[in-house]
Design a protein around this ligand. Structure first.
Ligand code: APR
Length: 253
C-alpha cells in the first residue's frame, strides 16, 4: 500500500495539471451515506421513485417529506473531512487545479477548494417551480414539506435529478479539464453513473494517469486507472499529503 501512496505522491508533485473527480464516497466520513453498496441510500429508497424528475414533479410533497426529510438534516450538518481538506491543501500547494464533484453537499468549497464543478448541481440553493426565484436553502423554512416560495410556488433543490440534463457549463468544463489534465484522482465514486463516469476515460484517452482512491474496485480498476489505492479517502489523503510534503521538502534541498 505504502508503495502506491509514494507513487501517487510522485505523480502529483511531477504533474503539470491535476484534476480530481469525486463521488459520494468522499463524504462518507462526514456522515453522509453513499448511494450504493452497504448502507447506501438506494437500498432504502427506490431512486426512480425518489430521485427522478418525473416522480418529483408528480408528487413533490412525497419526495420532500420522505427523501429530502432524511437528507436535509445530514446535508446541512455535514463538515469537510480529511479527504476534502487534503484536496484543498493540494490546491494551495498549486498541484490540484479543479475538482469535478458528483456530490451536492458543498463540502469541497467549505474545505477551501476554489474551482469546484458541481456536475450534479447542489443542495445549497432552491428554485421556485412557479416564479423561478432562487433562495439559499439555509434561508428557507424546511419544516414544511414541500417548502413554499413567497409566491406560493413549490421549491425544488438545484440538484440534478435522474432524467435531467447535466448543467451545460458543468459538462463542457468537465470535458475540458478531463482532456487537459495529466493526472486525475478519482476519489469515492462507483463510476457507474454517466456521463460523470466517462471523465476518467476521457482523461486516460488524452494521455493522463488516472489514480483511484476507494475501498472497493470499480469498473475503472485495471482498465482505465493505472492503480487503485484501496482504503478510506480521509486516511489515504492524509498519507498522500505527508508524502507530497516530504517530496517537496527534499526537492528544496
Ligand atoms: N472513502 C472512499 N470511497 C468510499 C468510502 C470512503 N470512506 N466509502 C465508500 N466509498 C466508495 C464506495 O466503495 C463506492 O465505490 O464510494 C463509492 C460510492 O459510490 P456511489 O454510492 O455509487 O456514489 P457515486 O459514485 O457518487 O454515485 C454517482 O449516482 O445516485 C446518483 O446522483 C447520484 O451523484 C450520484 C451518482
Amino acid at each position: 500500500m505504502n508503495d502506491l501512496i509514494q507513487q501517487t505522491a510522485k505523480y502529483l508533485v511531477a504533474a503539470r495539471h491535476v484534476v480530481a473527480l469525486t463521488g459520494a464516497g468522499i463524504s462518507v466520513e462526514s456522515g453522509i451515506p453513499p448511494f450504493r453498496g452497504e448502507g447506501g441510500l438506494w437500498e432504502k429508497y427506490d431512486p426512480m421513485e425518489f430521485a427522478h424528475i418525473n416522480s418529483f414533479m408528480k408528487n413533490p410533497e412525497k419526495v420532500w417529506k420522505i427523501f429530502m426529510g432524511d437528507m436535509k438534516k445530514v446535508l446541512l450538518a455535514a463538515k469537510p473531512n480529511d479527504a476534502h481538506l487534503g484536496l484543498a491543501r493540494l490546491e494551495q500547494l498549486g498541484i490540484l487545479k479543479t475538482v469535478i464533484t458528483q456530490n451536492v453537499d458543498g463540502l469541497h468549497q467549505m474545505a477551501g477548494n476554489t474551482d469546484v464543478i458541481e456536475f450534479h448541481g447542489n443542495f445549497a440553493w432552491l428554485r421556485c417551480l412557479q416564479c423561478d426565484k432562487r433562495f439559499k436553502t439555509v434561508e428557507v423554512d424546511l419544516s414544511e414539506a414541500p417548502p413554499k416560495c413567497t409566491c406560493g410556488g413549490i421549491f425544488r433543490p438545484e440538484c440534478v435529478f435522474f432524467g435531467e440534463m447535466i448543467p451545460p457549463i458543468a459538462l463542457t468544463r468537465s470535458q475540458e479539464e478531463s482532456s487537459q489534465c495529466d493526472v486525475m484522482l478519482v476519489v469515492g465514486t462507483s463510476a457507474l453513473v454517466q456521463p460523470a463516469a466517462f471523465m476518467p476515460v476521457l482523461a486516460q484517452q488524452s494521455g493522463a494517469t488516472v489514480i483511484e482512491i476507494n475501498p472497493e474496485p470499480t469498473p475503472l480498476t485495471g482498465r482505465i486507472s493505472k492503480f487503485l489505492v484501496a482504503g478510506k479517502a480521509g486516511q489515504i489523503m492524509n498519507e498522500i499529503l505527508s508524502e507530497v510534503n516530504s517530496l517537496i521538502q527534499s526537492q528544496k534541498q
